[in-house]
Design a binder for this molecule. Structure first.
Ligand code: SF4
Length: 223
């Protein structure tokens, strides 16, 4: 029951490096194209390099890995309309499906079974004014059982970013209901500094490192 094709940058098998699922083996489907130009983007190659692949074939290639998780990522995966059918079909097959999105587009149309990891871009990214406020509204309005399907990710490059993030979390009381993953922009902010701030402020967030960048060379693709 394929319903379309997608422009795919890469399909690969790796250790989930971020999010509350970090450490698990995961099959990744990286969709091509984004266009937001965040400072510090580590998948800029996904802008242009793509193959058009039918949904059935994407599912077939992903199944080979027999991974406990399948993550749909990018680029910005929500730019391609057929991604919704892909996620729905993966859920129907019984997979645990993660979506990682840059947070500029609304996740309103995403299958509710999908675990949504939504970036909230901080000022150092250069695009914090493009965060889509609807995603926070949708998460807050979700029924309790579906709230656990939302998770927010903040990648920080400076103390200023940290103060900005703290204020946003407090404004919406996000730490009361959601997992907030907070990490550093690789090479811009020392993890130890961020850890100190979180502890000092008693901030109820989960600190994350990009695990895959410690296992493999930081600029390696397909991991
Ligand atoms: S949203 Fe993600 S893929 Fe797009 S430019 Fe920003 S970091 Fe890169």
């Amino acid at each position: 029951m394929s319903t379309g094709t997608l422009n795919i940058s890469e399909i690969f098998h790796s250790i989930q490096g971020e999010s509350s699922f970090a450490g698990w083996p995961c099959a990744f489907i990286r969709l091509a194209g984004c266009g937001h130009g965040c400072i510090g983007c580590d998948t800029a190659y996904a802008e242009s390099e793509a193959n058009t692949i039918d949904i059935e074939e994407i599912i077939r290639q992903t199944a080979v890995f027999q991974a406990p998780l399948i993550e749909v990522t990018g680029g910005e995966p929500l730019l391609q309309p057929a991604v919704y059918a892909l996620m729905e079909q993966l859920c129907n097959l019984g997979h645990t499906v993660l979506l990682e999105t840059g947070g500029f587009l609304s996740v309103a149309g995403v299958d509710p079974r999908v675990h949504k990891i939504i970036d909230i871009k901080a000022p150092t990214s250069g695009v914090s004014d493009q965060n889509n406020p609807e995603n926070i509204r949708l998460a807050l309005a979700a029924e309790p059982a579906l709230r656990q399907k939302f998770e927010f990710k903040m990648v920080l490059g400076s103390r200023k970013d940290y103060e900005w993030a703290k204020s946003l979390l407090s404004e919406h009381r996000l730490t009361d209901s959601f997992t907030i993953m907070m990490g550093v922009m690789f090479g811009r902010l020392e993890p130890r500094e961020l850890a100190g701030w979180i502890l000092s402020d008693r901030l109820n967030v989960r600190m994350q490192l990009q695990l895959h960048k410690y296992i493999w060379p930081p600029d390696m693709r397909g991991v």
